[in-house]
Design a binder for this molecule. Structure first.
Ligand code: HEM
Length: 394
């Protein structure tokens, strides 16, 4: 059995900049046994760090997301209900079918003018200030407003919601994580009840309450809560970091910023490079071996946890030459920032549209945009990669 590499031994440097650690691991091989920082007891997981191996693992049906196949119940499942990222086919196929019916390209495309309008309003409010925390004033506000409007979440305490959802994806402790999931479950239960009572509404959650497939299938109340949970959390915790890390990467690479400013048609490619270079999802959500298998020649036993390193895969020199260079014109084809296979991100078209609109509009309206002192901390944990704050002036 391979030795366990304790990632906690790399200290705070691993949270601030995990790329050199992943590079060391990749140099040793594509798959390792690791102990994530702050793990309880003698917990360990497999970690896949090679690009080719990560893509294969993401598409491997033997790597399951359904705890019941290995006799485990996850906290989210107990408190919220089963949702897309906790299920395998055929249950996953059924849930995804019901939501993609409501979450169509047409609905996303129809949001384009509204996304531009929200972006313009946020910039109208921020730009007269001369300096701001980009996360607080812009990068967080855009995706949370869009996802709330899309789902039809009328008024919510966004400060509280932000605290709770950040705690869900980047927990400070297991107790605070538990408390946050409990509070979100209560909140979502009330929200869905209100939707049910409200009569027909022209929003995604209203659609989901009413969605019935041709065979009469529909989401149960627990499934609805799970769906609302994954859409609300995934719908903004990631996009806020795509915008923030993108602006950070551009401001710390003046040649790339100048190239983009000189030719804004490069913005689509720039967003793909931001996804590859500093993707918001550092490691995919957990999978477990539902049967014994080999990953890149390494034997993995039934029940073993497997983490797939998206950030690590997207900096693999075997796929991307000079992978640590931020280059908005490079070929980013095949990056795994949105995952791969049946769990490929449902919100990828929306996230791309938001990030392209946000970055283009910000650069156009703030020609002298620059960093304003040190950035905030990088978020803890190995799931989400993002800055807590990004002070800028213009
Ligand atoms: C930059 C922004 C985003 C990134 C980087 C991202 C990344 C990802 C990744 C890596 C996965 C797969 C996880 C795995 O296989 O373990 C995923 C799944 C998912 N994402 Fe996103 N996401 C983003 C934005 C969004 C948005 C805006 C929404 C919704 C509005 C969304 C909804 C979902 C859902 C529902 C799934 C689960 C799909 C399934 O299991 O079939 N995401 N996302």
């Amino acid at each position: 059995m391979a030795e366990v590499i304790d990632l906690g031994e790399f200290g705070d440097a691993f949270r601030t900049d995990p790329h050199p650690v992943y590079a060391k691991l990749r140099a040793l091989g594509p798959v390792h046994r690791v102990r994530p920082p702050g793990s309880d007891g003698d917990y360990w997981t497999w970690l896949v760090v090679g690009h080719k191996e990560a893509r294969a693992a993401l598409a491997d049906p033997r790597l399951s997301k359904d705890g019941s196949r290995i006799g485990v119940t996850f906290l989210d499942e107990e408190l919220i209900g089963r949702y897309l990222l906790l299920t395998d086919p055929p249950e996953h196929t059924r849930l995804r079918g019901l939501v993609s019916r409501a979450f169509t390209m047409r609905r996303v495309e129809a949001l384009r003018p509204r996304i531009q309008e929200i972006t313009d309003d946020l910039l109208d409010a921020m730009l007269p200030l001369g300096r701001a925390d980009l996360v607080e004033s812009f990068a967080y506000q855009l995706p949370i407003t869009v996802i709330c409007e899309l789902l039809g979440v009328p008024e919510m305490d966004r400060t509280e919601f932000r605290k709770l959802s950040t705690e869900v994806v980047a927990p400070i402790s297991s107790q605070s994580n538990y408390d946050a999931v409990v509070r979100l479950a209560e909140y979502l239960t009330e929200l869905i009840e209100d939707k049910r009572c409200a009569g027909p509404t022209d929003d995604l959650l209203g659609d989901l309450v009413r969605t019935t497939a041709e065979d009469g299938d529909r989401l149960s109340p627990q499934e609805l809560r799970g769906m609302a949970f994954v859409l609300l959390i995934a719908g903004h915790e990631t996009t806020v970091n795509l915008i923030t890390s993108g602006v950070h990467a551009l401001l710390t690479h003046p040649d790339q910023l100048a190239a983009l400013r000189a030719d804004m048609t490069l913005v689509d490619g720039a967003v793909e490079e931001i996804l590859r270079y500093e993707g918001p999802v550092e490691n995919a959500t957990f999978r477990y071996a539902a049967e014994p298998l080999e990953i890149a020649g390494t034997p993995v036993e039934k029940g073993d946890p497997v983490m797939i390193g998206l950030t690590a895969a997207d900096r693999d020199a075997a796929r991307y030459p000079a992978p640590d260079r931020f280059d908005i014109r490079r070929d980013t084809g095949g990056h795994v920032a949105f995952g791969h296979g049946i769990h490929y991100c449902l919100g990828a078209p929306l996230a791309r549209l938001e990030a392209r609109t946000a970055i283009r509009s910000l650069l156009e309206r703030a020609p002298a945009l620059t960093l304003d002192g040190p950035s905030g901390d990088w978020l803890p944990g190995m799931l989400i990669r993002g800055l807590r704050s990004l002070p800028v002036r213009w």
